[in-house]
Design a protein around this ligand. Structure first.
Ligand SMILES: Cc1ncc(COP(=O)(O)O)c(C=O)c1O
Length: 376
């Protein structure tokens, strides 16, 4: 129940990766046969992922994680735009890969505006518009939030950014494969992805860089990825990423329906077992990712619920994976200005392709048992 943190690697993905860890181990920069075989795999993977998100293959740069994609976008656009200005706009509910990068940019002399969100976790395009200054060079707003699942109005924000000639970055790490993404129609300049959220391998990400965008690289070295991300390419990981995308593409409709069904079943089961008033669902009721369900059980702390679930063999989370390690109150729920009893008792369940309705029922039953035991 913690697939927003990561997902199991699909067996077909493992199969697709294996040849590049064994026989076809060439360096994609080598000009001999072994190198050309690796290059061929990279080209195929780039073509497939680019087609999936609706961009040109040359607009896709492979990275070592979603975090690296976010950092490349932010530091790259900040550096490239610094002659024009040093103001950046983002939101208070971004992943730490964006928030902590922005904090570093502040230390480097940039000025960052962190926009608030409403109680459902959405940022208002009017707030973005009001925050834009003549020296604004970058706007970064995530597509779907990793803690509560709320989708952001990225089309409206992107159109605003475009009308002012400001670079627009979207962290789509949680959204990829769960909502359709067509970069031919989206007014977005930079978009970050990560393979391990959709049954691909860990340590592989991608950054869409629209053809017209000028971006300074984070790293310097060889001429891989057209010098935008030097370093010998992770052929196996990238091939696995492409296979994961292919699997989602093949079953897109069924998988989205399945996520919705699992989520709905969890809500129904909790209603039947606990009663309507024993829990509160956090996030937007309709503008949301299908695989995330954030629920508060007022009166029972997040820590207590997670510990009891863990003892029963159920993996759930309090928010992003790193905050659940230290169990600090979620910055997302805080930004939504929810009452303390809600922020202190929130648990994130997130569903994956291998979950079944039976598992969901069993988890709801375990939650019921935990609640009644603790209440006694
Ligand atoms: C919205 C969002 N952005 C970025 C990341 C970071 O991705 P990665 O784990 O590949 O570094 C995550 C991972 O949890 C995420 O949910």
């Amino acid at each position: 129940m913690d697939h927003a943190a990561t997902t199991p690697v699909h067996p077909e993905v493992v199969e697709a990766m294996l040849p590049y860890l064994t026989g076809i181990y060439g360096n994609a920069s080598s000009t001999h046969q072994a190198g050309r075989a690796a290059r061929h795999a990279l080209n195929d993977a780039r073509d497939r992922i680019a087609a999936f998100v609706g961009c040109r293959p040359a607009e896709l740069v492979f990275t070592g994680s979603g975090t690296e994609s976010d950092n490349t976008a932010l530091f790259g656009a900040a550096e490239a735009g610094r002659e024009r200005g040093k103001h950046i706009i983002t939101t208070q509910i971004e992943h730490h890969a964006v928030l902590h990068a922005c904090e570093r940019l502040e230390q480097l002399g940039y000025d960052v505006t962190y926009l608030p969100v409403d109680a459902l976790g959405q940022v208002a395009p009017a707030d973005v518009e009001a925050a834009i200054r003549p020296d604004t060079i970058l706007i970064s707003v995530m597509y779907g939030n990793n803690e509560v699942g709320t989708l952001q109005p990225i089309v409206e924000i992107g159109e605003l950014a475009r009308s002012k000639g400001i670079c627009f970055h979207v962290d789509a790490v949680q959204a990829l494969a769960h909502v359709p993404i067509d970069l031919r129609t989206l007014p977005v300049d930079l978009m970050s992805f990560s393979a391990h959220k959709l049954n691909g391998p860990k340590g592989v990400g991608a950054l869409y860089i629209a053809k017209h965008v000028r971006l300074s690289p984070l790293m310097f070295g060889g001429s891989q990825e057209r010098k935008r991300r030097p370093g010998t390419e992770n052929t196996a990981g990238i091939s696995g990423f492409a296979k994961a995308v292919q699997i989602f593409e093949r079953n897109r409709y069924e998988l989205q329906q399945k996520m919705e069904k699992l989520r709905q079943e969890m809500v129904n089961e909790l209603r039947i077992r606990l009663g309507e008033h024993a829990f509160v669902i956090n996030g937007h009721p309709t503008e949301r990712l299908p695989h995330i369900l954030n629920v508060s059980f007022p009166g029972i702390s997040t820590e207590t619920m997670l510990m009891n679930l863990d003892l029963a063999g159920i993996a759930a989370a309090s928010g992003s994976a790193c905050t659940s390690g230290s169990l600090e109150v979620s910055h997302v729920l805080q930004a939504m200005r929810l009452p303390e009893e809600i922020t202190n008792s929130a648990v994130r369940f997130s569903f994956g392709t291998n979950n079944t309705l039976e598992q969901v029922t069993a988890v709801a039953q375990i939650v019921e048992t935990i609640m009644s035991r603790l209440r006694k």
